[in-house]
Write a protein that binds this ligand. Structure first.
Ligand code: NAG
Ligand code: NAG
Ligand code: NAG
Ligand code: ZN
Length: 318
């Protein structure tokens, strides 16, 4: 080999190296850059499929299923199960130890929680949830990711019901009481401000404490997908419409972390996928979401309008 080539090869290698780290690898995706944002994901994996998530849940269009009772969560109160928090560059992910189990009617098996993560916008003044309820978004959305019978994630992705995600909304409100567990969570964000940073958790909060008093009997259920590429259509979604109320500063803490491994990099924000069309999928409403005649005293005026119209229609036909 002619040694005169060596400097050229080094320069070439440096160029390739710089190129490799400064632009995304082929097939990679992002949220905010039009070159790799959600509008381009249709070309990736299953993202152009027919049961894609997230969706806008129109509550009058849901089908009531009286068999969908309270979701049972075992082990979620154990703070020691939260092992570490990681900035993946796309979200903040908490890795969970073995032993958190989800049981629920309408699910074909027991599911084991593997991790949870969140989606958010630029701060508390703008919705950052993935799912919407009746065209309304919330400040943030928490996803607890489980696999069927403790399968590996790789195996679960091949099963149409391999993954169960529990989706909880967070709503920032000036009236919310300070939350010790969410303050502790956001305190740990300071240790994962850059991409690929990971910090061990210290048992200072449990998943159950983060969820607070959300009613586990009130939820919507539908078959959908992962909301990030490859958008595998392997998810049974359980979406709880009643938000966890948190102070503004909790929501505002999230966009302060970075999406790259440089302090000068862009903030990690707006990491939610836009709404997908529901297609032929059906959304089921749990038993407790039914407004029954026996609870007619809780009917709101808006709920009475269809009743009045149908009563009027009957009167007309008579
Ligand atoms: C996505 O699917 C639609 C309808 O099936 C099709 O018309 C479109 O070309 C697909 N887009 C991509 C990028 O595959
Ligand atoms: C569940 O799966 C994990 C990871 O594959 C494994 O380490 C663990 O031992 C499994 N737990 C049980 C109870 O089989
Ligand atoms: C978090 O970061 C602080 C300094 O910023 C450091 O003192 C502390 O040990 C870190 N905690 C963990 C668990 O890494
Ligand atoms: Zn998610």
């Amino acid at each position: 080999m002619n040694l005169a080539w060596v400097p050229h090869l080094i320069v070439l290698g440096m160029l390739l190296g710089v190129r490799y780290t400064s632009t995304d690898t082929p097939g990679s995706w992002c949220y905010e850059d039009p070159k790799c944002g959600p509008e381009t994901w249709a070309a990736l994996g299953h993202c152009n499929g027919t049961r894609q998530s997230p969706i806008n849940i129109i509550t009058p269009d849901t089908v009531h299923n009286p068999h969908l009772g309270t979701v049972s969560l075992a082990g979620y109160g154990d703070a020691k199960k939260l092992i570490s928090m990681e900035n993946t560059g796309k979200t903040v992910k908490v890795h969970l130890a073995d032993g958190l189990h989800l049981y629920a009617k309408g699910l074909p098996a027991i599911y084991t929680a593997k991790s949870f993560h969140l989606h958010w916008s630029q701060g508390s003044d703008k919705p950052g949830s993935e799912h919407f309820i009746n065209h309304k978004g919330f400040s943030m959305e928490l996803h607890i990711v489980h696999t069927k019978n403790n399968m590996s994630m790789a195996d679960a992705l091949k099963d149409p019901e391999g993954i169960a995600v529990l989706a909880f909304f967070l709503q920032a409100t000036a009236h919310a009481r300070p939350s010790r567990s969410w303050d502790s969570f956001t305190g740990h964000l300071k240790n994962v401000t850059l991409k690929e940073k990971k910090t061990n958790l210290d048992g200072s909060f449990s998943l159950q404490e983060l969820l607070g008093s959300v009613d586990l009997a009130r939820y919507y259920r539908y078959p959908g997908s992962l909301t990030t590429p490859n958008c595998d259509e392997a998810v049974v979604w359980t979406v709880f419409p009643d938000p966890i109320l948190v102070p503004l500063n909790v929501v505002d803490a999230f966009p302060s972390i970075r999406s790259t491994n440089s302090d000068a990099g862009p903030p990690l924000q707006n990491n939610y996928r836009p709404l997908q069309s529901l297609g032929d999928c059906q959304v089921q409403a749990s038993a407790a979401l039914r407004v029954t005649p026996s609870s007619s005293s809780t009917l709101r005026p808006a709920a009475l309008i269809p009743l009045l119209i149908s009563t009027a229609a009957i009167a007309w036909h008579l």
